[in-house]
Every structure is written in C-alpha cells, then in structure tokens.
Design a protein around this ligand. Structure first.
Ligand code: SAH
Length: 358
C-alpha cells in the first residue's frame, strides 16, 4: 500500500491538480516515502538494472575516455572527478579501477558525488570508501576548477512537465483525483517561453516534455568546464527533440501505471538531448552526440570483452558475453541509449564519438 497516495490526494484536495513535475518529485524524493529515499532500486532484486550494474566494462570504457580527455587537456594537477546520481557507486568504482594506471590521474582527482538520497549516499560511502568522496546536494555546488563529470541514468529521473499542443499554445498534463484514484487531466491552454522553439516543429495534438531542472544543471556544469577546462559524459535513454508521452513507471522489471502506487515504482521520462546540448552550447561548449553501442565499440569494448572472456568458462562466460551484447546491441541498449559529450571550445574531441556537432 502506498503511504504517499493519501498525502498526494490531500494536497490535490487542498490546492487542485498538480503538475507532473511536482508529482514526480514527490514520488521519487519525498523525505519519508520517496522511491529513492526508501529503497535500493537497482539490480535483479530491484526494479531496474543499469549499465554499470550489467558489466564492469561500461565504467572502464567511460573512465578511459575521461582519462584520455584529462591527458589531452594537459593533465591538470588538481581536478574534480564528479558523478551525478551515482546509485550504488559502481560506475565510479569501475572508472577509478580502470584509471589506476594512468600516471598522476588519481593523485590529481577529488571525487565529488551529487546525490539526493541519504540511503544511496551510505551505499556509495561503502563502495567508494578508499577514495574519500565528498557529497554535494546539487550540480550548482560543484567546486571551481577543472571538472571531469559523468552521469548515467540521472537526467531521466529528473521531474518533467508534459504538454499537448493546442493550436497556438499548449495544455499541460496534470495529476488530479477522481474519488480515491489519481487520474490525468489537462490545464487550460497556456504559453511557455521554454517551449517556443517547439512550436516550429509540432502540430495540434503532439505531446512534448520539458525538464525544468535540466538546463540550469547543464549550465552550471558548462560554466565550470568553459572557465577551468574538463569534460562531461552524459548517458541516458532518449533522443533529439523527442515527441510523445515517454513518462513511465517501472516496478519489478515491468511497466506499471505511473499513478497507481506513488513512491513504490521508479518514474522516468526520456531525456531530450537537444535541450541539454543547447544549454551547453549557450555556454560556448562543444557538443558531441552518439548512441551507446557505437560509443562503447569505438572505445574498444570488443578487445576488453575478449580479454576478460579468456579467464571465464561456463555460465560466467555466457553471462559476460550476454552483458556485452546487452550494452552494445541496437536491439537492446545500444541504440536507445545515447551519449552526449561536452568539452571546452577548441579542445580536442572526446574519444568514442565519430560524429561531431557544434
Ligand atoms: N547512475 C546510477 C544510478 C541511476 S538512478 C546507475 O547508473 O546505476 C538515479 C540516481 O540519481 C540515484 O542515485 C538517485 O538517488 C539520484 N537522484 C535522482 N534525482 C536526483 C536529484 N534531483 N539530485 C541528486 N540525485 C538525484
């Protein structure tokens, strides 16, 4: 039984229907009953499994990409190695293991983790104890200085607002109540400056999503990278100026009704990488964009997989080969998941991208 549902119904009774972003924020991060605050959601026993939990090779490839970028930028002797939403800390642990032999990298790195959930902070503290990480509440709190940053499946967890095109404006999708049930409704037509550019490529009835927290975070990260150097790698599922309703709930590895059990299912939406790239380009950063499969292939995942396979047999070998397939195959994560790379104007391109965009 969802402990959050009566609280949400009471809030709607008092103030009227709420935006999807307010509903999502309550479900994911409510201090007592939020999804991330109350449970470890990852792994086969949880609700979903992420790339770093599928195979160590994911973090190894991302780590080598960042270390190469650090070398290419002249190996600054002190920098922040940051991750947004590190989950169980697996990705950062794999990055650090893979880069241990890059001379000077560990000595120069100060590990910073941006994490909202106290429960996950304590898991990360155990996984990363050897690296004495520092925790921050938000990307805006990242220290000044060169910044090398990772985020995997972070932006998809940020609350979105959703709108349906109505002629010259938009009707916002709202969460309301019908008796004891939560139901979707829509607002009176409105206009929103952040959606003006989308008026050009949509028609009546089209659904667009907008993540209000994403651009300020990318702006904060980009300002540091523009001023002090560094790079960011942002991996998530989504597309470029995506259209349609992508708001979804996952519970025990199956899709669920997102209004049914607030706080008990993972809620996400596809990431609009065009909005992230636009925010970075406004701070004069270079952007590179590709899909996860080609990215991992270009960084050498095949050679790494063959090397690891040499010491495996039986079910462990089959699991290893299946994991590589899952990360890279276009039929699995390889095409749906995308990678956005950010670097200062004029910096050498990041390894792993064949297609450069500015
Ligand atoms: N990157 C990890 C976990 C992804 S789940 C992996 O790939 O396995 C999303 C992570 O972001 C969780 O750690 C969650 O607690 C954190 N998170 C969600 N919203 C957040 C916010 N607004 N600020 C900081 N962390 C947040």
């Amino acid at each position: 039984m969802s402990a959050l549902k009566p609280l949400i119904l009471a809030q709607i009774a008092a103030h009227g229907p709420m935006r999807l972003s307010d509903y999502m924020a309550l479900c994911l991060l409510h201090p007592q009953h939020g999804y991330y605050t109350t449970r470890p959601p990852f792994g086969t026993a949880g609700d979903f499994i992420t790339a770093p939990e599928i195979s160590q090779m994911f973090g190894e490839m991302l780590g080598l990409c960042l270390a190469q970028s650090w070398l290419d930028s002249g190996a600054p002797p002190a920098f922040t190695l940051a991750e947004l939403g590190p989950g169980r800390g697996t990705l950062m642990a794999d990055v650090l293991r893979a880069t241990a032999k890059v001379a000077g990298f560990h000595a120069a790195a100060r590990v910073c983790l941006v994490e909202a959930s106290p429960a996950l902070r304590s898991v990360q503290a155990q996984t990363l104890a050897a690296y004495a990480p520092r925790w921050l509440d938000s990307a805006e709190d990242l220290p000044e200085g060169p910044l090398f940053l990772l985020a995997n499946e972070f932006f998809d967890a940020l609350p979105i607002r959703q709108f349906r095109r109505t002629g010259a404006g938009w009707a916002e999708v709202m969460v309301g109540a019908l008796g004891d049930d939560l139901v979707f409704g829509k607002s009176a037509p409105l206009s929103l400056p952040a959606l003006d550019s989308r008026l050009l490529e949509t028609k009546a009835g089209d659904v667009v999503e907008y993540c209000p927290a994403a651009a300020p975070m990318i702006t904060a990260i980009s300002q540091r990278i523009a001023a002090f150097g560094g790079a960011a790698l942002i991996v998530d599922y989504g597309g470029w100026n995506g259209l349609g309703d992508t708001f979804q709930a996952l519970r025990h590895h199956s899709y669920a009704n997102p209004l049914e059990a607030p706080g008990m299912a993972d809620l996400t939406a596809h990431v609009d990488f065009a909005a992230l790239a636009h925010a970075a380009a406004s701070q004069n950063l270079q952007t590179q964009f590709t899909a996860q499969g080609p990215f991992l292939q270009a960084l050498g995942i095949e050679a790494r997989a063959t090397r690891l396979a040499a010491s495996l047999t039986g079910p462990a070998l089959s699991a290893h080969l299946a994991a590589k397939q899952r990360l890279t195959s276009p039929a699995e994560m390889g095409q749906l998941f995308k990678v956005l790379g950010l670097t200062p104007a004029g910096a050498p391109p990041l390894a792993g991208f064949n297609l450069a965009m500015t």
